[in-house]
Every structure is written in structure tokens, then in C-alpha cells.
Design a protein around this ligand. Structure first.
Ligand code: FES
Length: 262
């Protein structure tokens, strides 16, 4: 049973991965939290731990965070072996201590993925995602000022699918949860939200080819485990991967024809 609303959890043990730098050996260290409100967020609980460590003259635990409201994708923790912890559709910063119970031993690790090397403690380097976006996750035409919303009609199901894909916050949970360390859900979400909309059509084939091939340089291959969808804090469907694969196949034909013509 988890704690009920408004209670305090007591006697928590945190097993936290500590690593001084990218090349240093890491190890778990145990810390005790005597009492914490079940209304505290998981990151607030780590703030409490860090205040305690600083008071004791010890090194605070390094972890990524920014918006703390599920928007930026910075927070990135494996909690008891699950990316973002035990609550589905929830980023670490939105997870509350009421999901745990008094006396629990909570294991906290950084994202587990070769493509996301550890910088320090719980913070990893996710710049491999930036390489994918740089390779095609944009539109190059001049967009000018915001046009009237009805200037380019977009069917509602298409707009909905594009906006669902655009919910991706780039946190990397999909990669961390995947046994192959694949980034297909992330890449497919970024491809889909542009390739579905009229504004994305001019570069559709070039985008699909370039982003998939950049993804392949840095990440493992997708074998349809589906762990990515289960871990995604925005619950993005793996259907976008099918769409990306279809666009990639079409791109290989279309781009080949363009090369032959040139
Ligand atoms: S801190 Fe921004 S999504 Fe969690």
C-alpha cells in the first residue's frame, strides 16, 4: 500500500548511483530520509537529501532538472529500474512520494544507455539527440509572421496525430527503457510531427532519410519490444515508428530518383 494523502513517509533508504565523472568508477551509496511528506515531488525529496548532504559537508547528488512540470524533458532518472519511476505517463518531476511507502528502499540510477554517457552521478549527456534534430528536425522555408489559422486547412485527425507526436519532450526515457538502446520512438515522434503537416512536405523525404541514418549512427536498432511506449511520460504511441519506417522506405526511392535526375 502506498501512503495516503497528507501523510509523512518515514525511514526511506535511497540507493543512489554516485560517479565523480565520465571516466570515474561509480558505485551505489545509501542515504536515509527519516521523514518526507507524501505531497513532496520526487525531485523535492532529492532536494531534501542534498540539503542534508551539504549540511554534513558532503557532495550533493548531481541530477538534471529544469521546468519541474513535465515540459522540458531534463529530468531523467531510473527509479527502481523503471524510467521515470512507477507511474505511467509521468516524468520524474511530476512523480510524488505518495507512490512509495514508508520503509521503502528506492534505487535511483541515471539513464542506462551507452549513447547517453554519464557526466556525473545521475546526469547524462543526451547530445546524441541533438545530432538527430540537427540532421532534419526543422523546416527551412521562411515562415514569416503567424498566419491565420484557417489559411492552410489541415484535417482534424492529421492535426491531432501531429500534435500527439509533438508532445515528445526529448527526455530519453524511450532509449533508457529499450533493451537495444534504440531511439526510434524519439526520432519517429520528431519526424512525424513535421512530416504529417503541410508545412513539412517539401523536405519530407530528405528529413526522413537524414534523421533515420543519423539515429542509426548513435543508437541501437528497434526490435519492437515496446518498452519505449510504456516508459514515455507523454505516452507517445509506437505507431509513429511505423510511419517513420514507411517514410524512410519511400525516401530511399524518392531520393534515388532525384539523384538520378541530377
Ligand atoms: S524537469 Fe522539466 S520535464 Fe521534468
Amino acid at each position: 500500500m502506498t501512503a495516503s494523502h497528507g501523510e509523512h513517509l518515514t525511514n526511506l533508504t535511497l540507493s543512489v548511483w554516485r560517479q565523480k565523472g565520465p571516466d570515474a568508477a561509480g558505485a551505489f551509496e545509501s542515504y536515509r530520509i527519516d521523514s518526507i511528506s507524501d505531497e513532496a515531488s520526487f525531485l523535492e525529496m532529492l532536494d531534501v537529501l542534498n540539503e542534508k548532504l551539504i549540511d554534513e559537508g558532503r557532495d550533493a547528488v548531481t541530477f538534471d532538472h529544469d521546468c519541474r512540470e513535465g515540459i522540458c524533458g531534463s529530468c531523467s532518472l531510473m527509479i527502481d529500474g523503471q524510467a521515470h519511476g512507477p507511474q505511467r505517463g509521468t516524468a520524474t518531476c511530476q512523480l510524488h512520494m505518495r507512490k512509495f511507502k514508508s520503509g521503502a528502499n528506492i534505487v535511483i540510477e541515471p539513464w542506462r544507455a551507452t549513447s547517453f554517457p554519464i557526466i556525473k552521478d545521475l546526469m547524462v549527456d543526451r547530445s546524441a539527440f541533438d545530432r538527430i534534430i540537427e540532421s532534419g528536425g526543422y523546416i527551412t522555408s521562411q515562415t514569416g509572421g503567424a498566419p491565420d489559422a484557417n489559411l492552410i486547412p489541415v484535417p482534424k485527425p492529421v492535426a491531432d496525430a501531429a500534435m500527439d507526436a509533438a508532445e515528445c519532450i526529448g527526455c530519453g526515457a524511450c532509449v533508457a527503457a529499450c533493451p537495444n538502446g534504440a531511439a526510434n520512438l524519439f526520432t519517429a515522434a520528431k519526424v512525424a510531427h513535421l512530416n504529417l503537416l503541410p508545412q513539412g512536405q517539401a523536405e519530407r523525404h530528405a528529413r526522413a532519410e537524414s534523421m533515420v541514418e543519423t539515429m542509426d549512427e548513435y543508437f541501437g536498432s528497434c526490435t519492437n519490444h515496446g518498452e519505449c511506449e510504456a516508459a514515455c511520460p507523454k505516452e507517445i504511441s509506437i505507431d509513429v515508428i511505423a510511419l517513420m519506417n514507411k517514410d524512410y522506405r519511400k525516401a530511399k526511392f524518392a531520393n534515388r530518383k532525384e539523384i538520378a535526375r541530377s
